[in-house]
Design a protein around this ligand. Structure first.
Ligand SMILES: Nc1ncnc2c1ncn2[C@@H]1O[C@H](COP(=O)(O)OP(=O)(O)OP(=O)(O)O)[C@@H](O)[C@H]1O
Ligand SMILES: [Mg+2]
Length: 487
């Protein structure tokens, strides 16, 4: 959502729609409220960054946005709207469907006339407002001036350059609205404008989640099924399509599926799934990760791994324990958050004593840390809490690369176990883990495939694993007979 919202133009538009006989479902009502949200100065809050909608086929895009545009045209005399699609076929279809809407008994009185001439499809309202339709593949959309609202359908087929060519059309408008909507781009589509805007939105979302909110001038809506959805699961269709089944019946969905070339196309167009989020690009296949799931953890001394993200916004704590042969890895921290607070709390956690007065770090096989400037800072916090030097390892770059490689190797060798439940952050991190090249000789470290992905949990368990493999510490107190490590 854009920031700085104090009001919305929605109630007036909704009431006008009611008069036209249009009622909205809840998601449509929320979307309309967001699109027309305003800041203190009375301008649309998403007026600068635009409204970007990623949604599958047959949800009600044309219906929803069409009704909103009609209402705006009725409320604001002399409003000019251009509605473009990439393909002329889509543009013609939209014109047809809005034209029949314009002929409805309750809508007709507001309409002066409809022009159908090819290349000049227009709906002209009695108050001088008008909607012009055309296809971008025919050059429509460029060179306009004095436009108040631009709607771009098939937003997945639009380069940044083409987008830049269209925006000046609204330069003179007192309160412009720009709406881009489409399905996730195919690999062959010039989807860069869509992808750029989506990544921007995800970055803002990530910053907000990390407690570092930023100014936002766009509205981004994405609806879709889970990236790994079973294509025959109707529950996933319901997740992707808020109009199914009550507005859009099974047959419509099946028709979409039948008309598409393959499963990947259906994933994008039928279920709204972005290729970017899918398994094909992940370094650790889901099946390989799932193989190591277990409910039993060995009762041996852990090695700990801690990773800080380069920007210092995220951190993760992992532990590795061995049953002699295999290595049991888990993510221990539950909460992300402000690093200062997190670091101090974490250092205290290591210093905390058990019932025998033995601090936690002493029962471990070492603490293995990496992550720019934060690793030495954390080491200092530990040292101030009397953690012995030989328990603390700050990994250098070759060691970080070795640790990441170790996790990859051991997963392939099936020597890794991890908890089946309660590891949402780690599981999510593994799902987007990718190998980021770091050196000319093939060295790499873990990164995330998606802009809001978090590599730190995967790194943390890699450091713990590597530490457990090299540590000579046992974590066993002399004579206590407790917490014994096997190695
Ligand atoms: N609030 C609503 N009231 C009545 N009908 C609705 C509503 N929302 C959606 N629909 C119906 O849902 C169906 C799909 O809507 P629409 O054609 O706008 O979808 P779309 O997302 O533009 O599809 P496509 O991707 O095929 O262009 C239509 O039959 C439309 O009338
Ligand atoms: Mg449509």
């Amino acid at each position: 959502m854009p920031t700085g919202i104090v009001s919305t133009g929605w109630p007036a538009v909704r009431d006008t729609c009611t008069k036209m006989g249009v009622t909205f479902d809840r998601w449509q009502d929320g979307l309309g409220r967001g699109i027309l949200a305003k800041r203190k100065d009375g301008l649309y809050a998403a007026g600068i960054g635009g409204i970007i909608i990623s949604i599958c086929r047959q949800v009600g895009k044309t219906y929803t946005i069409g009704a909103i545009i009609f209402a705006l045209c009725i409320i604001f005399p002399r409003l000019t709207v251009i509605w473009t699609a990439h393909h002329s076929r889509t543009s013609d279809e939209t014109f047809e469907s809005l034209q029949s809407f314009a002929r409805r008994k309750k809508v007709k009185p507001y309409i002066r006339r409809i022009r159908r001439a090819n290349g000049q499809q227009q709906i002209i309202f009695a108050n001088g407002s008008r909607i012009l339709f055309g296809a971008r593949e025919n050059g429509f959309g460029r060179g306009f001036a004095g436009v108040d609202v631009v709607v771009m359908d098939e937003f997945q087929i639009l380069t940044n350059k083409a987008l830049e060519d269209m925006i000046p059309a609204t330069n003179a408008a007192p309160n412009p609205l720009i709406i881009g909507m489409g399905t996730p781009p195919r690999p062959v589509d010039p989807g860069e404008a869509f992808r750029t805007r989506r990544n921007e939105a995800l970055e803002i979302k990530r910053r907000n989640a990390a407690g570092d909110p930023v100014e936002c001038e766009m509205l981004y809506l994405e609806v879709g099924a889970d990236p790994d959805a079973d294509l025959d699961d109707w529950g996933q269709v319901e997740k992707a399509n808020p109009s199914h089944p009550h507005r859009v019946p099974r047959q419509s969905i099946l028709r979409v599926r039948k008309n598409l070339a393959d499963d990947d196309s259906y994933r994008r167009e039928g279920l709204g799934i972005w290729d970017d989020d899918r398994d094909t690009a992940r370094a650790i296949p889901e099946a390989r990760w799932a193989e190591g799931e277990t409910f039993a953890a060995p009762d041996t001394a852990p090695a700990y791994g801690i990773s800080f993200s380069a920007d210092g916004m995220r951190m993760a704590l992992g532990a590795a324990k061995t049953d002699g042969a295999r290595m049991f890895l888990e993510q221990l921290d539950a909460d992300e958050g402000a690093i200062d607070d997190g670091m101090v709390k974490l250092a205290d956690w290591f210093a905390a004593k058990d019932e025998n007065g033995v601090p936690r770090w002493r029962r471990s096989r070492g603490i293995f840390i990496s992550g720019s400037a934060h690793a030495p800072t954390f080491k200092q916090l530990l040292r101030r809490r009397k953690v012995l030097e030989k328990w603390i390892t700050v990994l250098n770059t070759p060691q970080v690369m070795a640790a990441c490689q170790t996790l990859d190797n051991e997963l392939k060798a099936k020597t890794i176990l991890h908890p089946e439940e309660g590891q949402e952050r780690l599981d999510a991190s593994i799902a987007v883990a990718t190998k980021m090249p770091r050196s000319k000789d093939g060295g790499w470290t873990w990164g995330a495939l998606t802009p809001d992905g978090d590599e730190t949990p995967t790194e943390a368990i890699s450091f713990a694993l590597w530490g457990a493999r090299i540590s000579k510490l046992t974590g066993r107190m002399p004579g206590s007979g407790r917490g014994g490590g096997i190695l």
